[in-house]
Design a protein. Structure first.
Length: 129
């Protein structure tokens, strides 16, 4: 299970985990989650890459929806080889169309949503290995 974390400004982030929206604020060594002080792991998952080199294999990637929306167009098929930053699908959310991109290189092994389908926040859209 992985959550989607979006920094909205320095010291403030929004975390979407299984449809729940969590507000996180950190400053001066203090962390507030939805307004309450708590202990959290602030490590960056990008620091955990195997091999550590740029362009290296990142293993299995589950590309998830950051918010509820409708899949407008699927840009890849199972078996396609993708590069970092390559568009995987177009997701319409809050009246805006957003291109969902590959986080790293790999081969598309599964597509979790079809064109026209409505998806929940955190839904797996595309799996790349």
């Amino acid at each position: 299970m992985s959550a989607d974390v979006r920094e909205i400004e320095p010291g403030k982030a929004i975390v979407v985990d299984e449809g729940r929206v969590i507000r996180v604020t950190h400053s001066g060594g203090k962390v507030l989650v939805n307004g309450k002080a708590t202990e959290v792991d602030l490590s960056d998952p990008r620091d955990r890459r195997r091999g550590g080199g740029a362009g290296g294999a990142n293993g299995r990637q589950e590309v998830r929806s950051a918010m509820p929306g409708k899949v407008v167009r699927v840009l890849v098929a199972v078996g396609d080889v993708v590069e970092p930053g390559q568009g995987l699908l177009i997701l319409e959310a809050m009246k805006m169309q957003n291109e969902v991109k590959a986080k790293g290189p790999g081969t598309v092994t599964a597509i979790g949503a079809a064109e026209g389908e409505t998806v929940a926040a955190g839904a797996v859209l595309v799996t790349v290995e």
